[in-house]
Design a protein around this ligand. Structure first.
Ligand code: 3H9
Length: 697
């Protein structure tokens, strides 16, 4: 008997206990163990079989690590059919998360009981596939088509009580899964309950599958798996037999499994679980953080304070004046009210936070007791230096001193203190209580336990934390500057901002770069251009003035109602601003450029290639430890389409040689911007990929 499934005989009941930590994934050993267990129970004269999972959960799904490798028998669909076909009464006891193949195993059992905290779901679409072991054929037979389509196309987790209502489980009972399972089997045996095979239930009523397909496809913004799942459910209603429906599901599953979208989504799943694992932090304990300080109560500071308060951390918020402190409190109260509205916070907790957990202050002395302080003041080196000089004076020994700068040199800031080892960058993204990304910027002298504290704080605040090194813009904003420049170059050469935005949202980005600029505020880019010009730009670098003109006229994007787009109150999104194209045309004429046509494909290719090239530099210079750190940064902070896995996964899937060859071709027209990153050249020369670097750790 396989060790992954333990066999035990209790009277007439054979108990199969999965033991494959951490999540009882249905790897080959588990599948073999289940098959052997069913066969043994049948041959040894048991009357019933109970299947449950040891540890924290029932099966959380097929073993994702086996995807892409040669499959080993028994395959999950046949195993599920075999379980369902058993003449014994087969019962599943669910706890934890019965997901994907895990729920499919449960659905092939004849009865299901769950503990109240259990959740079930078919999240396969989130991995770019569809349920492949009968989920699309069995679930609709139980719940009806509409509910099954909802569960399968969203991939959402369904709580036990809802699962009971839907008929997915037959009973909910508190207790240890083994105990409640055994009691239920005995109850069923006592009442002589019949074997009940879901695959033999009548076919459910159909719906208008074409219209559901269209709406799900539209909602997926380019992601195919949810829409394909609709077709699989359709097969449940339309196939000649259950077996034919299963065959159709298998065919659709197999096609998706080898698709780039599934590779991208599986990469994203693995990357976000690896990103916080850093060898340097192994065995390093974080410092204790019981209370934090936030300096500055603008949008960013208030967002950071909100995130901390929502995680249960008391906050001392420092502002320059009483009026500013009150305004900051109002901002935080607004954020918290949003959390109450979304059901994430109770009214009592909301009031308690504002009354007891948030302390307003106007003098640095109030920060003397905090364990960690995050500065979110104006993005100006002189101002930041002043702040850190003060912090060095007032903060207690061992306090972590963090800057939320998005571009500035953290080493220079740390040098203002007598304790640079305590200084770190914690770069939140706005709005900080909503955006998931946190760049943890490690300066030359930052102590390992301070880095560990940054990661622990990120986890507490439910952020996805990425380690970054010090450079202008760290990982995310540095890469952004490059691909944003590429977009500007294309505008000068003849592509309109609107064509570019459309091409990139069609590619899957949440927003195009010009709509993003309007959202962030055009004054930010303007300040950057002025700074770069003042510092002296390389004469080979291309520059443009059309966006400056918008700013000079007081148009900063959404906050002023006008930028690349015009925004009307109460309406989502904007319409193109007619003033923009004449400004661009004048700029081109002044620079002697004859505009040309761009295809959407070329726009995407140039934009992505610029992103990949800069990302390769960022990895090559060690600013990002691994390519996956870049991918996670872009996925969580920059609206990169998850189903493409991140820019460096995209590059791997395109083929690095082709990416490099494009850069070399384009360097003939602009050999300053299109200089190949040394790491990209090296990988192509060695026939390796970014994924190879991820694997190397
Ligand atoms: C499927 O079932 C296809 C079938 O329809 C058809 C087949 C023919 N496999 O997330 P965590 C690892 S598709 C392998 O940090 P949590 C994970 O990588 C599958 N490994 O914990 C991590 O490893 P490490 C459908 C898996 O408590 C560790 O477990 N199922 C799998 O925050 C802990 O994970 C899904 O899509 C897996 N399936 O969340 C469920 N799942 O420690 C995917 C997890 O080395 N999983 N690992 O970093 C989840 O959603 C969450 O992991 C879960 C636990 C909610 C279960």
């Amino acid at each position: 008997m396989s060790q992954a499934v333990e066999y035990e005989c209790i009277g007439e009941i054979a108990v199969l206990a999965a033991n494959n930590p951490p999540v009882n994934a249905l790897g080959v050993d588990v599948r073999r163990g289940l098959l052997a267990g069913i066969e043994r129970a049948e041959s040894e004269g048991a009357k019933a079989v109970l299947i449950y999972g040891k540890g924290r959960t029932f099966f959380a799904g097929a073993d994702i690590r086996e995807f892409g490798k040669p499959p080993l028998e028994p395959f999950l669909p046949s195993l599920c059919n075999r379980i369902e076909a058993s003449p014994l009464l087969v019962v599943a006891a669910l706890h934890g998360t019965a997901l994907g193949g895990g729920l499919e195993v449960a659905l092939s059992c004849h009865y299901r009981i769950a503990v109240p905290s259990a959740k079930v779901g078919l999240p396969e679409v989130k991995l770019g596939i569809i349920p492949g072991a009968g989920g699309t054929q069995r679930l609709p037979r139980i719940t009806g088509v509409e509910a099954a389509l909802d569960v399968i196309t969203t991939g959402r987790q369904v709580q036990a009580d809802e699962a009971l209502e839907l008929g997915v489980v037959d009973k909910v009972e508190d207790g240890e899964p083994r105990d409640v399972g055994l009691a239920y089997v005995r109850e069923l045996l006592d009442m002589d309950a019949p074997r009940r095979a879901v695959g033999e239930l009548p076919v459910p009523d159909p719906v208008d599958f074409d219209s559901v397909y269209d709406s799900v496809l539209k909602k997926g913004r380019g992601q195919l798996s949810p829409a394909v799942a609709v077709r699989a459910v359709q097969a449940c209603c339309e196939a000649e037999s259950f077996a034919d429906g299963m065959a159709r599901e298998r065919e659709l599953f197999q096609d998706l499994l080898v698709s780039d979208q599934s590779k991208g989504l599986r990469h994203a799943f693995a990357a976000e679980r690896t990103v916080g694992k850093l060898p340097e932090l192994k065995d390093v304990d974080p410092r204790m953080v019981h209370q934090i300080g936030v300096i500055g109560g603008g949008t960013m500071g208030a967002g950071i304070a909100t995130a901390a308060l929502l995680s249960g951390l008391p906050v001392v918020l420092l502002e320059m004046s009483n009026e500013a402190a009150i305004a900051a409190k109002e901002r935080i109260a607004g954020n918290l009210a949003g959390a109450v509205k979304r059901g994430k916070l109770s009214t009592e907790d909301h009031d308690d936070i504002l009354e007891n957990k948030l302390e307003l202050a106007t003098g640095y002395g109030a920060l003397s007791g905090v364990d960690l302080v995050i500065e979110a003041v104006f993005e100006d080196m002189a101002v930041k230096k002043q702040v850190f000089t003060q912090l060095d004076e007032v903060c207690k020994k061992g306090a972590v001193l963090a800057t939320n700068t998005s571009y500035l040199d953290v080493n220079e800031i740390a040098a203002m203190t007598s304790r640079p080892e305590d200084v770190i960058g914690l770069h939140f993204f706005s709005p900080a209580h909503v955006m998931k990304l946190l760049e943890i910027v490690v300066a030359d002298k930052t102590a390992p336990d301070v880095v560990a504290t940054g990661f622990a704080l990120g986890q507490r605040l439910r952020k996805v934390s990425v380690r970054a090194g010090v450079c202008d813009g760290f990982i995310g904003n540095r890469i952004l500057n490059t691909y944003r420049a590429c977009a500007d170059h294309m505008v000068l050469d003849g592509a309109s901002p609107y064509q570019i935005d459309k091409a990139l949202t069609d590619f899957g980005f949440a927003m195009g770069p010009f709509a993003v600029s309007d959202l962030a505020g055009l004054d930010i880019g303007w300040a950057g251009r002025k700074r770069r010009r003042a510092e002296g730009m390389d004469p080979r670098a291309r520059d443009s003035s059309y966006a400056d003109k918008l700013c000079e006229d007081g148009h900063f994007g959404q906050k002023t109602g006008k930028g690349y787009y015009i925004y009307e109150k109460g309406k989502r999104g904007g319409v193109p601003n007619p003033d923009v194209m004449p400004l661009i045309e004048a700029d081109c004429a002044a620079q002697g450029i004859t505009p040309r046509d761009f295809s959407d494909e070329e726009i995407v290719r140039r934009y992505m290639t610029a992103m990949v090239n800069e990302a390769a530099r960022v990895v090559g210079e060690g600013i990002a430890r691994r390519p996956l750190d870049v991918d996670v940064t872009l996925l969580y902070g920059y609206g990169f389409p998850r189903y493409r896995g991140g820019p460096l996964k995209w590059a791997d899937l395109q083929g690095l040689a082709g990416v490099l060859s494009d850069i070399r071709n384009w360097s003939e027209e602009d050999d300053y911007f299109w200089q190949p990153a040394p790491l990209l050249e090296q990988l192509v020369a060695e026939g390796r990929t970014f994924e190879d670097l991820n694997k190397a750790g």
